[in-house]
Design a protein around this ligand. Structure first.
Ligand SMILES: Cc1cc2nc3c(=O)[nH]c(=O)nc-3n(C[C@H](O)[C@H](O)[C@H](O)COP(=O)(O)OP(=O)(O)OC[C@H]3O[C@@H](n4cnc5c(N)ncnc54)[C@H](O)[C@@H]3O)c2cc1C
Length: 290
């Protein structure tokens, strides 16, 4: 199928993009990598009358760290760049590992982190990592820029806190402050490159003698979620096989996942539990080696 007809404008600045969206009275859509939006348009599941192409907006390609140690990733940074960036590997290796799981090489070459966050697929890897690491999303609207915590940004399936006339500018990953950390992203997909059925992001952090854990889950609810009970159970615990198994069991007990053609609720609960244990084991090995 081909898309319904639409107007097309190229923005050169964030402000131009915001103005074009505002002029379309909330009907226009940003075009980033096009890897989600264009298929939706081709199937006529989306019929935006206006596309605002962000491809020429240099500000959205930034990748830097700020003085406070946070990593700033511009909306147009591609999955491939996230996966291969030495800066991201050093500062937020969990994000790089998750990006390697996104789709196929062709998708990673064009798809962007901003597009992934704005699209908010409940099984997407990068939003799950954003929630796990307490990322902040910077959005530009007609009157101001605002910062939205990841916990408030993802509101439901394909639904975010972005207003129709806002552009996602960048995502900030705060410095963890941990002396040492270990991380892992594990997922189950039916075939390599398919969207995940369930994904798990885990990060173990050590401050002095104290251990803390961050665990995020994709594919078990309408949006990414934190495994709060499992995190609490690991706080101050000895990082060993028994505590990781208990964390997996706590995850299974806390979930009420959806059933769909990709997997039943029971399968998702079981897979989330197993992948949590597995991700924590891999994160612990990296913590040991750090
Ligand atoms: C075969 C296939 C496999 C895939 N596998 C995976 C996978 O395993 N994991 C995964 O996460 N994704 C997967 N995807 C989706 C892919 O990763 C997309 O790249 C991503 O979801 C959207 O990024 P994009 O840059 O292509 O955004 P686009 O398709 O251009 O846009 C997506 C949505 O976000 C909005 N948007 C984009 N950028 C901005 C911005 N800066 N500000 C405001 N709104 C914005 C658009 O208006 C649109 O609504 C797959 C896609 C395909 C076709």
């Amino acid at each position: 199928m081909k898309p319904a007809s639409f107007e097309y404008v190229t923005a050169r600045t964030v402000e131009e993009a915001v103005r074009a969206l505002a002029d379309s009275e909330g009907e226009g859509k940003c075009l980033a990598g096009g890897q989600s939006l264009v298929p939706l348009m081709n199937f006529r599941l989306a019929r935006p009358p206006l596309l605002v192409d962000l491809g020429q907006v240099d500000e959205l390609r930034q990748l830097r760290h700020d003085d406070d140690g946070s990593l700033v990733v511009g909306a147009l940074v591609t999955h491939r760049e996230v996966a291969g960036s030495p800066l991201i590997a050093e500062r937020v290796p969990l994000l790089a590992e998750a990006a390697r799981e996104v789709g196929h090489a062709a998708i990673r070459n064009r798809g962007t982190i901003g597009g992934s966050f704005a699209h908010a697929d409940p099984v997407a890897e990068l939003p799950c990592v954003g929630l796990t690491l307490d990322a902040e999303i910077v959005a530009a609207g007609p009157h101001r820029r605002r910062t939205i915590a990841a916990a408030d940004f993802f509101q439901g399936p394909f639904t975010t806190a972005l207003a129709a006339d806002e552009v996602l500018v960048e995502i900030r990953f705060p410095a963890s402050g941990a002396e040492r950390s270990g991380w892992a992203f594990c997922e189950l997909a039916r075939r390599r490159g398919d969207l995940a059925v369930v994904g798990v992001a885990a990060q173990l952090e050590r401050r002095g003698q104290r251990l803390s854990a961050r665990i995020g889950l994709a594919g078990v609810a309408g949006r990414p979620v934190r495994a709060v009970a499992a995190e609490a159970g690991l706080s101050g615990a000895t990082p060993d096989a028994a505590s990781f198994r208990a964390a997996g069991e706590a995850v299974a007990a806390s979930l009420a996942p959806p059933s769909d053609i990709h997997g039943s609720a029971a399968l998702r609960r079981r897979v989330a539990s197993v992948l949590t244990e597995r991700a924590l084991e891999r994160a612990a090995r990296r913590l040991e080696a750090a």
